[in-house]
Design a protein around this ligand. Structure first.
Ligand SMILES: [Zn+2]
Ligand SMILES: [Zn+2]
Length: 80
């Protein structure tokens, strides 16, 4: 996958956690590179949120959205 804003392809560090952000935007799993994260500090607010706990930490699993904070899953919201 590539950054959804600048299309740069993800490169994972050999060790440790990837600095790339992974979240759900309008029902699609997207990646955001570290450069775009620092260019737009409000990036975390544009993604979808969990309807149960309001967390932005969401992942797409088999077509539905899973919240990594409360562990619940729900249907992906249609994009407007
Ligand atoms: Zn980018
Ligand atoms: Zn949640």
């Amino acid at each position: 996958m590539a950054c959804y804003r600048c299309n740069k392809v993800q490169t994972d560090p050999v060790k440790g956690k990837s600095p790339w952000a992974r979240f759900v935007l309008k029902g699609e799993q997207v990646l955001l590179c570290p450069e775009c994260q620092s260019a737009d500090p409000g990036w975390m607010t544009v993604g979808d949120r969990c309807p149960f706990c309001d967390s932005p930490k969401l992942s797409m699993v088999m077509g539905s959205v899973v919240c990594r904070s409360c562990g619940r899953d729900f249907e992906r919201t249609p994009s407007f």
